[in-house]
Ligand binder design. Structure first.
Ligand SMILES: Nc1ncnc2c1ncn2[C@@H]1O[C@H](COP(=O)(O)OP(=O)(O)OP(=O)(O)O)[C@@H](O)[C@H]1O
Ligand SMILES: CC(=O)N[C@H]1[C@@H]2OC[C@@H](O2)[C@@H](O)[C@@H]1O[C@H](C)C(=O)O
Length: 364
């Protein structure tokens, strides 16, 4: 049975997730590996998420650095699994998003797939978003097709909710086309705020947010962004939701707020943007399964469960998939779809003109 590696480097910029998957009728997770993002690379990538001087050279240099890390990750993954490179049919590499502007028709993921193929001796499939964008789609989210293939239920309406830097949902309704869209910021604003205030990279389990109180005046202000009211197809990124966006909204308030109240309100923003979106879908999800790093934020999950009752909320572990590896597994599957000629975008999600085969192949 063919083996694939999946490499995901998400918008949180915390690190690179790698998986080894056996693609039978269903993908089987054989091995996992995680490499934290070295701080200088994290800073370079973050700087590339907004405009600045000399972007072309900085982007090319950052991707050289990123791809060497990814290749090291592949080597370590294969060592752990005790499999030779020659046993891997392909690597599905998402790359690193540095700009997502679907309204202008483009989304940029860097990651030099040619060099990844050269360094690993394994074929690489990359550049998954551009064909969907070329066909008029958002180019994101792409995981709904994977969620549909694995988790569609014959009689239950299920939602798969990824809470990474941004949050996105897939709605799986029996006998209907999959729906899906980005809900808004997942962890990104909470991460930025705790870093700005305390120099920490994230708010473990939402513990700092739990010490503050939600400020309705700020919450209303933040929720007034047009993105939240828009219905899909829609996708977003750091171009829209960033520290400047937050500071601009804070500046409109007549008074300053304790930093922990801002954090509590940002957690509530994540929870409300998700629950508002999920309660607006037709039909509504009966069972909700959470994945992504946000699945570790106990305070956030508690709040989501309150807001979404009577729907049930569990992590994807209940479906047999560890919530930390879902996205990397999806990119291994997307590589398989590309090589097999299986269209993997979903026009009902991205708004593309039709089904398209996603990805570009860099043979070993
Ligand atoms: N124990 C924890 N408590 C709270 N939050 C956590 C915890 N562990 C991880 N996180 C959050 O999860 C984030 C990483 O999530 P994940 O790896 O799913 O993001 P990503 O893949 O980069 O994002 P995206 O899906 O948007 O591309 C961290 O930045 C942090 O905010
Ligand atoms: C442009 C981009 O990288 N978007 C990511 C991001 O992270 C979560 C959300 O925003 C989602 O739309 C997407 O990632 C997943 C893997 C997707 O395409 O399904």
């Amino acid at each position: 049975m063919p083996l694939y590696a999946g490499v995901m480097s998400g918008t949180s910029l915390d690190g690179i997730d790698l998986v080894l998957v056996e693609q039978t009728t269903e993908p089987r997770l054989l091995e996992t590996h995680y490499l934290p993002m070295p701080e200088p690379l994290r800073q370079s990538l973050l700087a590339l998420c907004s405009s600045g001087p000399d972007e072309i050279v900085r982007s090319a240099l950052a991707e050289q650095h990123w791809v060497r890390l990814a290749a090291q990750g592949i080597q370590e993954l294969l060592e752990k699994a005790q499999r030779p490179a020659s046993s891997i049919r392909a690597i599905g590499s998402h790359g690193q998003t540095i700009r997502h502007m679907p309204q202008e028709g483009f989304s940029v993921q860097i990651g030099n797939p040619a060099l990844l193929a050269e360094l690993t001796g394994i074929s690489v499939v990359a550049d998954f978003r551009r064909r969907d964008l070329a066909a008029g789609g958002e180019g994101a989210p792409l995981v709904p097709a994977f969620h549909e293939a694995l988790f569609a239920h014959p009689s239950r309406v299920r939602a798969l909710l990824n809470i990474g830097g941004f949050s996105n949902v897939s709605l799986l309704t029996p006998q209907q086309a999959v729906q899906g869209f980005d809900c808004g910021p997942g962890n990104v604003l909470m991460d930025l705020w705790i870093c700005h205030q305390k120099g920490l990279s994230y708010d473990a389990h939402g513990a700092w947010a739990a010490t503050g109180r939600v400020r309705p005046e700020l919450l209303t202000q933040l929720l007034s962004d047009d993105f939240f009211a828009a219905t899909g197809p829609k996708s977003t990124g750091r171009e829209r939701f960033n520290l400047t966006w937050l500071k601009d909204h804070l500046a409109v308030l007549p008074h300053s707020l304790p930093a922990e109240d801002v954090q509590a309100t940002l957690l509530e923003l994540t929870a409300r943007s998700i629950s508002d979106a999920l309660t607006r879908t037709q039909p509504q999800a009966e069972d909700i399964f959470v994945c992504g790093g946000g699945a570790h934020n106990t305070k956030l999950l508690e709040r989501l469960q309150q807001l979404l009752a009577p729907s049930t909320l569990q992590t994807t572990a209940a479906l047999g998939v560890d919530p930390d590896w879902m996205e990397a597994m999806a990119f291994a599957w997307l590589a398989h779809c590309c090589l097999e000629g299986i269209p993997a975008n979903r026009p009902s999600v991205t708004g593309a003109l039709g089904l398209r085969i996603l990805g570009a192949i860099y043979p070993a």
